[in-house]
Structures are given as C-alpha cells and as structure tokens.
Write a protein that binds this ligand. Structure first.
Ligand code: PLP
Length: 405
C-alpha cells in the first residue's frame, strides 16, 4: 500500500500503546500494575457532569463556533486573569479537543516545512511527531549539565535562522521538574528579542508540590497580548481529571488564534459542544477537587520517592509537580525499552521507557494510581532486578520463581 511520507514517519503514541497493552493483559486475567498511565484516577467534578447532562437532556447538541462556545471562552478568560494575571478578549482564546489539538493547530499555524521547533529534553512523547506532522523539524535540547532543568545557553546554541518556535512544558512530563522563574523570565525575554514563538504547555501548571505556585509566563513580558508571540496552552484534562472529555485551550494574540481557528474549523469544526459545557462546569464550579487531587498526588509522590530510595542503584530526581517520576535505571540496564519489556514480562509492571522521551537508561513511573499499586509495583520491580532478592514472589496466589538472575 502506498502511504504518504508523513504517514511513514509517524509512530503510534507509545503511551497510548502501553494503555492498550495493559488492557489486553488485564483481559487475560494477568494481575498487571500500570505505572505508565497519564491520567488521574479521580472522578470528574460533579459540576462538569451536571453541566453536560443538562445540555444532553435538552436534546439539542449542535454545531458550535470552531474556536469554542462563548461561555467556555468566558470561563477561560476568567481563568487566565486568575492564574496568568492577564485580561484577554474572546478573540485571544481558542478551545480545542485537548491541549494536544491546541498545540497541533498552533504548530500548523506557525511552522513551514523544514522550519524548526525547539523543546528541552526529556520531552513529552508527542512533540517530535507533532512537528513532523507539519513537515517541520523537531529539535530536542538535552541540558548539558545532566539535570532535568534546561538552561538558556543550551537552547540558545541550537537556535538558528530556521527556528520558528520553542515549546516549554513545566512542570514537565516526564520528569516532574518545574522550571525556575528565572528560566521562564529568560526564555520569554530571549524569544521576544529573537522574534520566536514561545508555546507554554502548562497542562500540569497547578499540580505542583512543596508549596510551589503556578508560574505565569505573561508576568515576564511587558508586551501586550497582541504584540506578544507567547501562546499559553492549558486544559481540563489533568487538573480536573477530565482526560476523556478532550477539552484544552490556547491563549495568544488574535492573529495567531484566528489562524488556528481557521485550521481547526476544517479539521474538526471544533470540540464537541457537550464536552465544552462540561469544561464550563468544571471551570465555574466548586474548585476543591483540584486541590484535593494535588494533595493526593503530592502524597503519592512521597510514597514513590521513599520506595525508590530503598532501591540500590536507582537514581531518583524528586518531582516538583505532575504525576510522573523519571528515574535512572542505567545501573541495571541502559536500554530502557529492553528494561520496560523485561518488567512487563517478568512481573507484569508497566512503565514507559525513557527512550520515548529522548533519554535512554530511564523509566517514567506514574504515581497517579493508588498507593497500593505504587508500593506493590516497586516491590515487584525490586524483586525482578535486585539479585539479592529472595527466589520467589507471590502475586495473589501466583508464585513467581526467579530463574533469570
Ligand atoms: C505535556 C503534555 N501536554 C499535553 C498533553 C495533552 O493533554 P490533553 O489530554 O488535554 O490533550 C499531555 C498529555 O499527556 C501532556 O503530558
């Protein structure tokens, strides 16, 4: 079959593939522990559900403006004022089918084929393929000092005449690192001086720990929204545990937003109005679920860090936010794909190989599940990897015998 060049270069999303693998193993009855997930397990807020149910009961679910219904835009404007300290207008806002589509239409609106988009590594798995989907070139930049905190000088070295945009994701998937205010201020200033679009992927911005506060890139520019090439991306997926609702948004100058809306109009005609109503419910309703999710995640992080610290040879970077931890397992195995497969085969624990995020030797471990899963998952991993572990492990009434180390 003859497929397009783009189709041939795009891989399936490794994290979605892992979810499928977990589902297949579970269906077989295997006691899988999924530490590779990317979504909180709490329920969507009741206000979101009621808002969608009200609309559904009306029986009138129709086409809506491609860039989002006015009601949702109003909620996003309020949100932007509260968390980004900027007053924006409806023309500065687009609602999309998830933060993913907001980023995708932004890249389509900004990049020409062969132009470059820079992002720090480790990076969210989708950025490279999203760049390729528009014929652009992804340029990941790994901090040279071996930390998970990018430095402007490393990024600066990779900026050239083809650089059109930089994507910053903080707190970061997969590392959980939240970049400093100084770095955000510097990158905003740098992009302004060089006329480069700066896309802030803030999908985890309120899920931060140890008393940290969400950072607003708008605080570091004196430019008006219309003069600025800053695009803020956010959504309800993570903070409101509404991943399946597929509602995200972007805030930026109206020329860029209009271009994005034109593209989106031809792609999907905009996100479902029913799900936009749910997002309105979440944004306007009782907000306690966000803080309670944040507290749960912080507690889960502490449990996971404690468990991993007792794991000889594993290097742990304590996450500042999100629900991911990116641990260095290279003392056991440098090929992260091999290690991830090994853990699935031997002890039915799913983790995502670091290779997918641009840094081998690591595994991304999620702590958005239950404490029980975290504790048992790490115990199984330890048993599979540590040569000093006892010979046998019981999972329920299944006896595993270690015959490989
Ligand atoms: C860094 C990052 N950006 C964007 C997204 C996509 O968010 P949404 O589900 O709203 O499309 C994800 C989801 O995993 C993510 O990790």
């Amino acid at each position: 079959m003859s497929l397009s060049l783009i189709a041939k270069t795009i891989k399936a999303s490794p994290t979605l593939a892992l979810n499928e693998k977990a589902a297949i193993l579970r269906e077989k009855g295997d006691p899988v522990i999924h530490l590779g997930g990317g979504e909180p397990k709490s329920r969507a807020p009741m206000d979101a559900i009621l808002s969608a149910v009200n609309m559904l009961n009306s029986g009138e679910v129709r086409y809506a403006p491609a860039d989002g219904i006015p009601e949702l835009k109003k909620s996003i404007i309020r949100y932007t004022e509260e968390f980004y300290h900027r007053k924006v207008n409806p023309e500065n806002v687009i609602a999309s089918s998830g933060a993913k589509q907001a980023i995708m239409v932004a890249l389509q609106a900004i990049l020409n084929p062969q132009e470059e988009v820079i992002f720090p590594a480790p990076y969210w798995v989708s950025y490279p393929d999203m760049a390729r989907l528009v014929g652009a070139i992804p340029v990941p930049v790994l901090p040279e000092d071996g930390t998970f905190y990018p430095r402007l000088k490393d990024i600066e070295m990779r900026v050239g005449s083809y650089t059109k945009a930089i994507i910053i994701n903080s707190p970061n998937n997969p590392t959980g690192a939240m970049y400093s205010e100084e770095f955000i201020a510097d990158i905003v200033d740098f992009c302004e001086r060089r006329g480069i679009y700066l896309i802030m992927d803030d999908i985890y911005h309120r899920l931060v720990f140890d008393g940290r506060k969400p950072i607003s890139a708008y605080d570091y520019t004196k430019k008006s929204v219309e003069e600025s090439k800053l695009l803020i991306v956010n959504g309800v997926s993570k903070q409101y545990a509404m991943t399946g609702f597929r509602i995200g948004w972007a805030v930026g100058n109206k020329k860029l937003i209009e271009a994005m809306a034109n593209i989106q109009g031809h792609q999907t005609s905009g996100p479902s109005v029913l799900l936009q109503k749910a997002a309105v419910g979440a944004l306007n309703g009782i907000q306690s679920s966000v803080e309670s999710l944040r507290v749960t995640l912080e507690n889960n992080r502490n449990v996971l860090v404690d468990q991993l610290r007792s794991f000889d040879g594993v290097k742990v970077h304590v996450p500042d936010g999100t629900f991911y931890l990116f641990a260095d397992f290279s003392a056991y195995e440098k090929d992260s794909q091999k290690l991830s497969n090994y853990l699935i085969d031997k002890v039915m624990v799913l983790t995502v190989p670091g290779k997918e995020f641009g840094l081998d030797g690591h595994l991304r471990i999620s702590y958005c599940g239950t404490i029980k899963d975290i504790e048992e998952g790490i115990e199984r991993m330890k048993w599979a990897l540590d040569p000093n572990s006892p010979n046998e492990l019981y999972i329920g009434d299944r006896k595993l015998v270690r015959d490989w180390l």
